[in-house]
Design a protein around this ligand. Structure first.
Ligand code: GDG
Length: 460
C-alpha cells in the first residue's frame, strides 16, 4: 500500500496528547502507519494575502506534518464563516442559525484551492489520500482539476441532513457534486448514507448501482457508513494513570453522600445543553428525593467563541444554571456545577468513572465519542449508566444505553430517574454489552475498514 496522506482542517503532533475527537482518531491512525498529515497550522496572519499562506514542514516520529497559515480574511470566511457559520449549523439541522448571505463561499473555495495547490506539491503517485470533514469537501475536486489521480477518500465526521435541509445551502449541488471527485465517501451512520442516497437520487439523477455504489457526473462513487470508535485500550490505560486516579478519589470523596450526573462536551448548540438542564430541573421537581443529593457536573469546554450563536448559547446556559441553583440549592448542596473550561484529558477517565449517570443528549451528533469514553472508563463491577440521545450517531450502535429524545424533557427526566435507580445487575449487563460493542468497533477497526474499502475501490 502507498503512503497514507491525511488531510484535515487542524493538524496536531500525534505524539502529544490531543484534546479529543477527530485529532485523537486521526493521530492514532497515522501513528500506526506513518505518513503525511496536512492542514491548517492554526496560525492566522493578520495582514496576510487571501489565498496565500506559508507552508511549514515538520517531522513528528513516523509522521510528517505539513501545515499552511491562513490570512485573517481567509480564516474568517473559510473557517468561521462558511465551515462553522453555514455548513456546521445546516448539517446539524439548524437552518435558523445559518448565515447564508454573507458571501463566505468565496473564501471557502479559495482556501480549498490553495490547500490543494500546496498539497499537490507534496504528493507521490501512489499516495492514498484521506480527507476529513466539512471544511474540505471540495478538496478532491480541486486536486483532480490539477491532474492528481491518486486514490482519494472522504470521511464526514458530522451528520448529513435529509435532502430538503441540505438543499437550503445555496451551493448544495456544487458541494455534493464535489463529493463525486472522491473514490470513497464515508459517513458515521446508516441514516447519513440513506440521506445521501435520497439526495443524489432526487437532486442529481444519479444511478444507484447498488446499496453502496452511485454513478453521476461520469464518475462512480462508493458510499458507506464507517462509525468512528475510540481507542478503548488507550483510554483504559489513561484511567489507570495517577491523574485519573486522583480525580476519581477526589470526586468520589467529595460526593460520597450524593449521586453524581455528568455531562462533558465542547460548548456547542448541537449538544442539547439547555434541554439537558431543563430535564435535570424537571428531575428535581418531579422526584424530590433527589433534592440535596443529585448533582450535575457539566463541563462545557470553550469552542468557536467568535461565532455569534455560541456567545448566545453561553448566556442561556449561565442563566439556566443560575436559576436552577438559585431555586433548588441549599447552603451545603448546589445542584449544578457548571464549568466553562477545558478539563485535562488525563483527568477525564476519573471523572467519568466517578459518575453514576452520564448525560449524552445532543440534538444531533455525527457520532459522539463522549458516550464511548464514558463506557470505557467504568468499573465493570459497579458501572454507571449511559443516558444517550437517539439523535447521536452512536445510538445506532449503543442499544443498551437508555435512549432518549432530548427535546422531550419530561421523559428525559423520567429516564434519568430510571438510570439513578437501576439495579446493579442490570447496570452490569448493559455495561458489559456496551463495552463489548465499543471494543469490537474501536478506532483501529474504523481506520482499517475505511482504508481497506478505499484500497478495494476498482481502478477507474
Ligand atoms: C466531532 C463530531 C464525532 C470534550 N470536552 C473536553 C474534552 N472533550 C473531548 C471528549 C471527546 C471529544 O472532545 C469530543 O468528541 P465528540 O465526538 O463527543 O464531539 P465533537 O467534538 O463535536 O466531534 C462528533 C467526532 O467529531 C469524531 O468523528 O463523534 O459527532 O461532532 O474525545 O473527551 N477533552 C478535554 N477536555 C474537555 O473539557 N481534554
Amino acid at each position: 500500500m502507498g503512503r497514507l496522506v491525511i488531510v484535515s482542517n487542524r493538524v496536531a503532533d500525534p505524539r502529544k496528547a490531543a484534546s479529543g475527537g477527530l485529532a485523537v482518531a486521526v493521530g492514532q491512525a497515522l501513528e500506526a502507519t506513518g505518513g503525511l498529515w496536512f492542514g491548517w497550522s492554526g496560525k492566522i496572519v493578520e495582514d496576510g494575502t487571501p489565498g496565500e499562506g506559508d507552508l511549514h514542514l515538520q517531522t513528528a516520529g513516523k509522521v510528517q506534518l505539513a501545515t499552511v497559515d491562513l490570512s485573517r480574511e481567509d480564516h474568517d470566511s473559510y473557517y468561521l464563516g462558511y465551515s462553522n457559520g453555514v455548513l456546521w449549523p445546516v448539517f446539524h439541522y439548524r437552518l435558523d442559525l445559518a448565515d447564508f448571505d454573507a458571501g463566505y463561499i468565496g473564501g471557502y473555495r479559495r482556501v480549498n484551492q490553495m490547500m490543494a495547490h500546496k498539497l499537490a506539491s507534496l504528493l507521490r503517485p501512489d499516495d492514498i489520500i484521506w480527507v476529513h470533514d466539512y471544511h474540505m469537501i471540495p478538496l478532491a475536486a480541486e486536486l483532480r482539476a490539477m491532474g492528481c489521480q491518486q486514490r482519494m477518500g472522504f470521511f464526514l465526521h458530522i451528520p448529513l441532513p435529509p435532502p430538503l435541509i441540505l438543499a437550503a445551502v445555496p451551493e448544495h449541488d456544487w458541494l455534493m457534486r464535489s463529493l463525486f471527485a472522491y473514490d470513497l465517501v464515508g459517513f458515521q451512520s446508516e441514516a447519513d448514507v440513506a440521506h445521501f442516497s435520497r439526495y443524489v437520487g432526487t437532486e442529481t439523477g444519479a444511478d444507484i448501482l447498488g446499496e453502496h455504489e452511485f454513478r453521476a457526473f461520469g464518475k462512480t462513487l462508493q458510499v458507506q457508513a464507517f462509525p468512528i470508535g475510540i481507542d478503548v485500550d488507550e483510554f483504559t490505560q489513561l484511567g489507570e494513570a495517577p491523574e485519573a486516579q486522583e480525580m476519581y478519589t477526589q470526586i468520589r470523596g467529595e460526593y460520597s453522600r450524593r449521586r453524581l450526573l455528568l455531562g462533558v462536551e465542547r460548548m456547542d448548540y448541537s449538544k442539547g445543553l439547555p434541554q439537558r438542564l431543563k430535564a435535570f430541573r424537571q428531575l428535581l421537581q418531579a422526584y424530590p428525593e433527589n433534592l440535596g443529593s443529585a448533582t450535575l457536573i457539566q463541563i462545557a469546554a470553550p469552542s468557536r467563541e467568535s461565532v455569534d450563536a455560541y456567545a448566545a448559547l453561553r448566556q442561556e446556559l449561565e442563566s439556566l444554571c443560575g436559576a436552577i441553583n438559585g431555586n433548588f440549592g441549599e447552603l451545603d448542596w448546589m445542584p449544578v456545577r457548571y464549568i466553562h473550561r477545558n478539563v485535562a484529558r488525563k483527568r477525564l477517565p476519573g471523572l467519568y468513572r466517578a459518575a453514576s449517570v452520564a448525560l449524552v443528549t445532543p440534538l444531533r451528533d455525527g457520532m459522539n465519542l463522549v458516550a464511548k469514553e464514558f463506557v470505557a472508563a467504568q468499573d465493570p463491577d459497579d458501572p454507571g449508566v449511559l443516558v444517550l440521545s437517539r439523535f447521536a450517531g452512536a445510538a445506532e450502535q449503543m442499544h443498551e444505553a437508555l435512549l432518549v429524545n432530548p427535546y422531550d424533557t419530561t421523559r428525559t427526566a423520567e429516564t434519568i430517574q430510571r438510570a439513578l435507580q437501576m439495579p446493579l445487575e442490570e447496570r452490569q449487563r448493559r455495561h458489559q454489552a456496551l463495552l463489548g460493542g465499543i471494543r469490537a468497533h474501536d478506532v483501529h477497526w474504523w481506520r482499517k475498514r475505511f482504508l481497506d474499502a478505499l484500497a478495494a475501490v476498482p481502478a477507474p
